[in-house]
Design a protein around this ligand. Structure first.
Ligand code: FAD
Length: 390
């Protein structure tokens, strides 16, 4: 495992820092735990995305012939880490930028690449992800939304749920069943659906954080032209697997957790709990876990740098950080004593209730991008070689 950075990588780190100093205004920094707030300013998130795109950062890992910089996994990690350290906000079109655009480079038609990729990166076209359904989450292949060929185009009927940002999305990348007679995984296709059409209704779901960041999508006769079918009919599952391959964490999260632990220690001191042995042990444990997480990130990075694709170990990383964050947020709420029960925004809440908000948000982290139970199944079967459960 490689624990150091080369001189060239340190020069690159300095370049990122200098750019951030010039382009990321102080008032945009540290907008909530992990940089995530459902009530965040969407115009600012779009503007931030535009700046990143103009700076060439959204194509950092892309090959040079596609206008990218061909950055190594280590350089990408350095970039993400510096963004996290600077408290950079998330971008409005994050799902399109991080998941769909690279997927279109692999599976999209020439027309789709030309029509969409630059507009996705530049923030002119915002996509949401329409995979999950009321009865198809972990068991995604059980999805029931139908797409039928009628009058020269595809007509979609069904319901999607938990679609983040669907209320402001222009389009959705969405899975629908095109061949009900085929095996569950084979009859699925991948569509790009216009969200601003009569056959699409979006209803935000009120969350316990108070936000309405994710939504239900009702499709009743929504129309998709052939040019917006990605790949062949029936290739949707394979394309979805490519999408999941782009869902990863890394050193950026390590930097966020290290900062969160330092802030937790300050909070404990400020609340007069710094000498309580139980609190001290929990904060120390959080520090140890954040450090272990950094080492896991560096190990994964070393493997990526050596050319290995992320395997089932990615499940260990996801399980580790999401469970760790839950513990960290819980400690932060506990050290506040009765104040920990106050809702974010309450005039008496400590630090405007940001830790309570973080605690609530952390409950979602062990669900999205594969729940903890699903990750444990993968680790049991594919890492430890245990027999499949029933
Ligand atoms: C914040 C957030 C944002 C999201 N954004 C999107 C989005 O933009 N687009 C989108 O399509 N989806 C999105 N999702 C949905 C997410 O992908 C699903 O919630 C997730 O796949 C789990 O599916 P489910 O909610 O249907 O739960 P279920 O699959 O019904 O699971 C319920 C419980 O049963 C457990 N379980 C299920 N199967 C097994 C098994 N085989 N073995 C052991 N335990 C099992 C699960 O771990 C869980 O505890 C989002 C979710 C969250 C929380």
């Amino acid at each position: 495992m490689d624990l150091g950075f080369t001189a060239e990588e340190e020069v690159f780190r300095e370049e990122v820092r200098t750019w951030l100093d010039r382009h990321l205004p102080a008032e945009w920094r540290n907008g909530g735990v992990g940089g995530y707030r459902e009530d965040a300013d969407e115009a600012m998130q779009r503007q931030w995305q535009q700046r990143l795109h103009e700076g060439g950062w959204l194509k950092l890992s892309w090959p040079r012939d596609l206008g990218g910089r061909g950055a190594s996994p280590v350089m990408q990690a350095i970039y993400q880490e510096e963004m996290a350290k600077a408290g950079a906000p998330i971008i409005l079109g994050r799902l399109g930028v991080s998941l769909l655009a690279p997927t279109l480079l692999v599976h999209g038609s020439a027309w789709q690449k030309e029509a969409y990729v630059e507009r996705i990166l530049g923030g002119d076209l915002v996509f949401c992800q329409g995979f999950s359904e009321p009865d198809a989450g972990s068991d995604l292949a059980g999805l029931r939304t139908r797409a039928e060929r009628r009058d020269g185009h595809w007509v979609l009927d069904g319901q999607k749920t938990w679609s983040s940002g669907a209320h402001y999305a222009d389009k959705s990348f969405l899975l629908a069943r095109t061949d009900p007679a085929a095996d569950a995984h084979k009859g699925i296709s991948f569509f790009l659906v216009d969200m601003h059409q009569p056959g699409v209704e979006v209803r935000p779901i009120r969350q316990m954080t108070g936000g309405g960041e994710f939504c239900e999508i009702f499709l009743s006769g929504a129309v998709v032209e052939d040019r917006d079918l990605v790949g062949e009919p029936g290739a949707g599952w394979k394309i979805a697997m490519t999408v999941f391959g782009f869902e990863r964490g890394g050193l950026a999260q390590a930097a966020r957790f290290e900062r969160a632990v330092a802030e937790l220690a300050t909070l404990a001191r400020d609340r007069g709990a710094g000498s309580d042995p139980t609190v001290r042990q929990r904060v120390a444990q959080a520090q140890i876990e954040a450090h272990v997480f950094r080492l896991i990130g560096l190990r994964n990075l070393t493997k990526a740098q050596q050319g290995s694709a992320p395997g089932p170990e990615a499940s260990m990383t996801k399980l580790y950080w999401s469970e760790m964050d839950k513990r960290l947020q819980e400690t932060a709420v506990d050290v506040q004593g009765p104040y920990g029960a106050l809702a974010p925004g309450s005039p008496f809440a400590v630090e405007d209730g940001r830790w309570q908000y973080g605690w609530m948000w952390a409950q979602a982290e062990t669900i999205y991008a594969g729940s903890s139970e699903i990750q444990r199944n993968i680790i049991a079967e594919r890492v430890l070689g245990l027999p499949r459960g029933r």
